[in-house]
Design a protein around this ligand. Sequence first.
Ligand code: 13P
Length: 252
Amino acid sequence: MRKTVIAGNWKMNMTPSATRTFMETLAPMVKGKDKCDIVLCVPFVDIATAVEATRGTNIKIGAQNVHFEPKGAYTGEISAEMLKEVGAEYVIVGHSERRTYFGETDTTVNLRTKAALAAGLTVILCVGEVKEQRLSGITDEVVTMQTKLALADISAEELKRVIIAYEPVWAIGTGLTATPEQADETCGVIRRALAGLYGEEVAEATTIQYGGSMNDKNAAQLLSKTNVDGGLIGGASLKPDAFTAIVDAANA
Ligand code: 13P
């Protein structure tokens, strides 16, 4: 049985004080809802506060990016060891916003994934097609290629700490959602890519999330699909009520 993981990606939202209030509000709301893992990936400066505010709860904390070098002259960057020491357990790698706005490539996604795994973090690795690629009928090729390139030189043992997030770029922050069938089908394509790399058993054990305007209204349907093992949630993860409703859908 693979794990269902409901993860929030706060993107560039929330100050440390807002983070404390949010976590103190959310913790009692999701207490005991243990059929899924619950993760919030917060801005770097919020991590310490988030870790402290969630100690002893079932909420785990992650970052939204990591640099691939262990240290050195990389002004403005944060290493995997820094994240680990401040208490982050997860890190998002290869989010489409980083690919689009910050020059992230399949090569740097692979380097970041390797650095995060080496430091003992769990990686939420994002892949997904843009609208033109879906309309041209090349979604399967795009997500397969992104998955394979991101996982180059990563062992089956290391893959146990990798979650794949399928995030169609056209569905992010747009209010457009992939249909449950589209989400299931493309998560299935990613699972087949994993099977090609690591064999069926490993592919079946890997958590593959859907992300892209998942919310309290559509989560149950999306999560009901065989190949959808959780969600990576942007906007709705900023609201304790909506995020809890998604956790509830995963616990139903
Ligand atoms: P939205 O849920 O706001 O569409 O964002 C999805 C996302 O990018 C999560 O990483």
